[in-house]
Design a protein around this ligand. Structure first.
Ligand SMILES: Cc1cc2nc3c(=O)[nH]c(=O)nc-3n(C[C@H](O)[C@H](O)[C@H](O)COP(=O)(O)OP(=O)(O)OC[C@H]3O[C@@H](n4cnc5c(N)ncnc54)[C@H](O)[C@@H]3O)c2cc1C
Length: 307
């Protein structure tokens, strides 16, 4: 590896690298062809950097690097506001008291407050009988009390009502959103009964420290509250991502490796340009940036030392 060829405002240039090349051009979240080709399920939108089109991954494979984890993404629940290209991250909205998520059948399908990777994966569960993704589309639902108190996708009530669906009753809201109305009313009734005593026997929302992290510590139950103050509001939740997770396979020093596991001299890959050390899972806050910093340091150091 002797360098890279780059496109500049004044044409192509060759940059010679004495010690090595570190690929750090992010994932392929804005390359629809690669997403279709590699991801295990369709991602409906990405909040990741729009210039991440997988170039760094292709550069790596172009000189013989292996790839790994190409079917995985940093899956995320997103709200896409009208006229916007990128979705908003949905985190506290599905955790705070007075909100739930349901699928089109009007059923809850997971602990809404769980980490974003696994919750989105639950949305994308494949049903072998219907040959459909079990919980896509899904909806976030809350009542008036919730909207008066908490923001949704970065907006307070005045702005958010412009793009939220509204129903004077739960059944009316379900009809507007195309959700099975009788299931939905029963789902909310059961959720409300348990929420008042601060429990969620079905999915255990609020029982883990992670769940409560995005909750409201001033509420009687930080993550659970009844939806009983009309009108009710809802919005479609997209099964999306904040970046892809697969990329150039590397060793523990950030060195790119070939399909036989041999380091490619002078080639390194870090961040979402490399296959994540997290495998398909999610370890907690910083699961993406932590390894970026760690392997960025290791790759830089090893490159500088000529390792
Ligand atoms: C809204 C949001 C919130 C997040 N919050 C957290 C958080 O709280 N904690 C956490 O751990 N992680 C978080 N993440 C994830 C984290 O930001 C990413 O995992 C991380 O930024 C990936 O770093 P990276 O350097 O690999 O890629 P990026 O930061 O995406 O940078 C890649 C860069 O490469 C450039 N590039 C692409 N192609 C080329 C090319 N051909 N030539 C030159 N340059 C190119 C791109 O323009 C971009 O600037 C969040 C992500 C998003 C979108």
């Amino acid at each position: 590896m002797s360098g890279v060829e780059v496109q500049t405002g004044t044409g192509r240039k060759r940059v010679r690298a004495k010690m090595g090349v570190i690929l750090a051009a992010g994932g392929f979240e804005w390359n629809p062809r690669m997403k279709r080709m590699y991801l295990s399920a369709p991602s409906e939108n990405s909040a990741g950097c729009t210039t991440n089109t997988g170039d760094g991954v292709s550069m790596g494979t172009g000189v013989g690097a292996a790839t790994s984890l190409m079917d995985e993404a940093w899956w995320f629940t997103l709200i896409l506001k009208p006229g916007e290209k990128q979705g908003w991250l949905v985190t506290s909205e599905r955790t705070l008291p007075g909100s739930i998520m349901v699928d089109q059948k009007g059923m809850r399908f997971a602990d809404e407050a769980m980490n974003y990777v696994d919750l989105t994966r639950a949305m994308l569960a494949f049903n072998p009988t219907t040959y459909a993704l079990e919980n896509v589309p899904a909806y976030l639902i809350f009542d008036s009390r919730y909207l008066s108190k908490y923001p949704v996708a970065g907006e307070g009530k005045e702005k958010a009502v412009r793009w939220l669906e509204k129903g004077e009753s739960l059944a009316a809201l379900a009809t507007r959103l195309g959700i099975d109305s009788s299931n939905f009313v029963a789902t909310v009734a059961e959720f409300n009964r348990n929420a008042q005593s601060g429990t969620d026997p079905l999915f255990h929302r609020g029982e883990s420290a992670y769940d409560r992290h995005w909750g409201d510590p001033s509420a009687p139950n930080p993550t659970l509250g009844a939806l009983n103050e009309p009108p009710f509001y809802g919005v479609r939740i997209l099964a999306g991502d904040i970046g892809t997770k697969g990329g150039v396979a590397t060793d523990g020093s950030g060195r790119a490796i070939d399909p036989e596991g041999r380091p490619i001299p002078g080639l390194f890959a870090v961040g979402n340009n490399a296959a994540s050390v997290m495998d398909p899972g999610y370890a907690g806050s910083g699961a993406t940036l932590g390894p970026c910093v760690t392997f960025g340091y290791l790759a830089g150091r090893n490159c500088a030392l000529g390792n």
